[in-house]
Design a protein around this ligand. Sequence first.
Ligand SMILES: C[S@@+](CC[C@H](N)C(=O)[O-])C[C@H]1O[C@@H](n2cnc3c(N)ncnc32)[C@H](O)[C@@H]1O
Length: 285
Amino acid sequence: MALPASDIDRSMLDDSLAHQGTDTLPRCSFQQRVRSRYHAFWYHLGERLAWSRGLYQERPAQELHDLSGVQYERIASLQRRFLVRFEQQATQGTALRQYEYLDLLDQGWSALKLPNSTGGTVQDIGSSNFWYAPVLHTFFRPTKLIGVEVEGHRMYVNGYSRHDYAQGYIKGLPNTEFHIQDYRRYRSPASIITAWYPFVTPAPVLAWRLPLSLFAPDVLFSQVAANLHPHGLFLMVNQGRDEAIAAASWCSQAGLVQYGSCKLRSNIRPRLPSPVLSCWIRPVI
Ligand SMILES: C[S@@+](CC[C@H](N)C(=O)[O-])C[C@H]1O[C@@H](n2cnc3c(N)ncnc32)[C@H](O)[C@@H]1O
């Protein structure tokens, strides 16, 4: 994808990078190590069992209810522009989250003046159960869409797994796949790679009930750089400025070059701190 000349203000992340050293991981306490071992047990058990109850499909809400004025306006505008009705395939909760991600993508794209994108392979890293696959499909119109999630066998209380949910969310989306795999070892080229709230510090890894052995952002972002086409784009959303700064440092270490970044407004599902979207390219040597 050819990027236009841009006068984007990159100061926010660039300045902070100069003050941030991430070559050593923060030390883990004894308690964190114990928690990590406990999560590792369940994570590996889940991997071994690879449990599935079969495809899970949400009961669609059909119509959205009890929206605030701001939510109503923004959703109506997204529906008109992208010709989508997420509520016809998903519950109200999921549909609102989907409109939120579409809104963030739309805001980021216009703030950074990125060119319209259609076709090509889009990979998403750490997709959970890939509930936002319809959003990525709507926005990027890819030739192929792949969600890569390391803990795809995680089971919910209803006995269905993330993989089962993912099969429901991608049903009907052409050329879309959900891969249960560690992205650090995922070798496959892509023109666009997205990462929504990737782990860039160790604490959220434990909060998501995962072992710290999965925390290796240096390897993860190097794999992004290796998979990205020469004119491809890596798009990342982080939770707040501090996380975006940590993430930017990892990306720079992996040899990616920042094209731009911007703070976004959560119009549909207010969240604090505000998400920060950044866009990265691979330098062509
Ligand atoms: C904070 S969650 C974000 C989930 C999802 N992107 C979203 O926006 O709802 C991070 C996700 O990344 C996954 N993950 C962490 N390390 C990974 C890796 N090396 N390869 C693939 N997925 C990974 C985790 O299992 C978790 O589902």
